[in-house]
Design a protein. Structure first.
Length: 483
């Protein structure tokens, strides 16, 4: 647990100072964390990073050194610095549990707190949620492409810094990876580790077979050999088979081989034949080497004989989409003792926010258990599961659907109340299991790698009416002023 209070943009502090000087810092405000567009070509995202947000809030305070540094900036007076020295979060936070499938415009986290408190946590919260949600989503797609074969996260050396490697590994496991090569992540989060040896191990010996024998002597019951250092089919696989026979003669069975380069479809099929003919049908073939979900899907489509996948750079960096683009927007603020909805307008329709104190409900088909649609609703609105429900596209309102025989699940759950943590995060492996089950409630059409079916995220009648009323009111006021 670390104190990340100072990991913030300067303007969060200058706004806090402005609220403090105007004596509005203790007014209640509501903010939503959400993203506007799916990452890359994905049809969904996986919520991730909540446990680190909880650590952020629990450790939110300014140390003496922090106060001294802020004083040195000559931006704030002593009264404000004294206020910061006693600063703690006292508000309310609701969030979607980690591992949940989520979609654009849905409030993943809802903050209701004093204006200054809600303002301060914006930057760090977005940093955490944007990164881990992005990597968990990428991992989910990679694991879906593996079609049940285990995916091993190998990305530490290509991650953008230590934290990206550590928490990217965490997110990758939540998204579905079976293990990580990152030893520190394994220690911190209790997840499985994986790794064999590098080409340098083979190159450090006079002969390839000497390297294989030495490794087999050390790990006779966990022997998986990298066979592409010199010549995969004429040297690597034959030498591996020779060592596997020696292992078996001594009462041990090999794990298999790893391919890290070349035409993985062709090489894996040839290696599979060679292993089978040599009497090792249970020896696994693991592959690695700049893989992603598209390459993996193509390899399996070409009949590749691959049992497990080591995926590094393109997973840990989410190479095809390097940023999620989540935002933190005010949706309500206290005026004259009453919390009133707020909306941000824009000429870009996707940047118009949803006002008010909101929740998300997910509708499921009672017969098959599959998700039908999500509704973003005002918190006080309710749904009767025993009555037909008509939902509509908020941008093309003529597109409507009436839902029957459904059940409802609210996605936001309480995390902090009155500044106190009321939610206990599951373990990383428990979150991974939950994520798999949640993904299973969605049809495969939403998981396609290109042009996935668009999942319905609609607004309730009450929220839609409030949003339209606020847009029209602001537009009228602008016209009056222009006149």
């Amino acid at each position: 647990m670390r104190n990340l209070t100072m990991m913030t943009d300067l303007y969060e502090l200058t706004m806090m100072y402005g609220y403090f000087k105007g004596n509005t810092h203790n007014k209640t405000a509501v903010y939503d964390v959400f993203f506007r567009q799916q990452p890359g070509t994905s049809g969904y995202a996986i919520m991730c990073g909540l446990d680190q947000v909880i650590d952020l809030i629990n450790n939110l305070h300014f140390s003496d050194d922090d106060i001294d540094y802020l004083r040195s900036l000559d931006l704030f007076d002593e009264d404000f610095l004294a206020y910061l020295s006693e600063f703690r979060f006292t508000g309310e936070i609701y969030a979607v549990p980690e591992g949940t499938v989520v979609f654009p415009m849905e409030p993943l986290i809802r903050v209701k707190a004093k204006l200054a408190e809600a303002q301060l946590i914006e930057t760090a919260m977005l940093n955490i949620i944007n990164h881990q949600t992005l990597i968990a989503t990428k991992a989910s797609r990679v694991c879906y492409a593996a079609k049940g074969g285990p995916v091993l996260e190998f990305g530490l050396r290509r991650a953008q810094g230590p934290d990206a490697g550590i928490y990217g590994a965490r997110a990758a496991v939540i998204g579905g990876c079976a293990s990580t090569s990152n030893v520190l992540a394994g220690q911190m989060f209790g997840v499985a580790l994986s790794g064999t040896h590098a080409h340098s191990w083979v190159m450090s010996f006079p002969k390839e077979i000497d390297a294989f024998r030495a490794y087999a002597d050390i790990y006779p019951d966990a022997c998986l050999l990298l066979v592409d250092t010199y010549d995969t089919l004429r040297s690597g696989v034959p030498n591996a088979i020779e060592v596997f026979k020696e292992l078996r003669a001594n009462g041990h069975e090999p794990l298999g081989i790893r391919l890290d380069s070349g035409d993985l479809a062709y090489l894996s099929k040839m290696a599979r034949t060679m292993l089978d003919e040599a009497g090792f049908p249970n020896a696994k073939i693991c592959v690695s080497g700049d893989l992603d979900e598209l390459i993996m899907n193509d390899l399996l489509g070409q009949g590749a004989k691959i049992d497990s996948w080591g995926v590094g750079t393109k997973l840990i960096t989410s190479e095809n989409c390097p940023a999620l683009g989540g935002v933190y927007k005010m949706s309500a603020v206290e005026v004259d003792g009453k919390v009133e909805p707020r909306i941000k307008l824009s000429d870009n329709q996707v940047k118009i926010t949803n006002p008010g104190y909101k929740k998300i409900v997910r509708l499921y088909d009672r017969d098959c258990g599959k998700a039908i649609a999500d509704l973003i609703m005002l918190d006080e609105e309710t749904i009767d599961e025993n009555e037909p429900l008509t939902i509509f596209d908020p941008n093309m309102t003529w597109r409507r659907m009436t839902v029957t025989n459904f059940k409802v699940r609210e996605l936001l759950v309480p995390i902090f109340e009155n500044g106190m943590q009321v939610y206990e995060s599951p373990s990383v492996l428990e979150i991974r299991d939950y994520c798999r089950k949640d993904l299973d409630t969605f049809w495969d059409e939403y998981k396609r790698f290109s042009m996935p079916h668009i999942y319905k995220v609609d607004l309730s009648d009450g929220l839609y009416a409030l949003k339209q009323e606020m847009i029209q009111t602001i537009s009228r006021n602008k016209r009056v002023k222009n006149v």
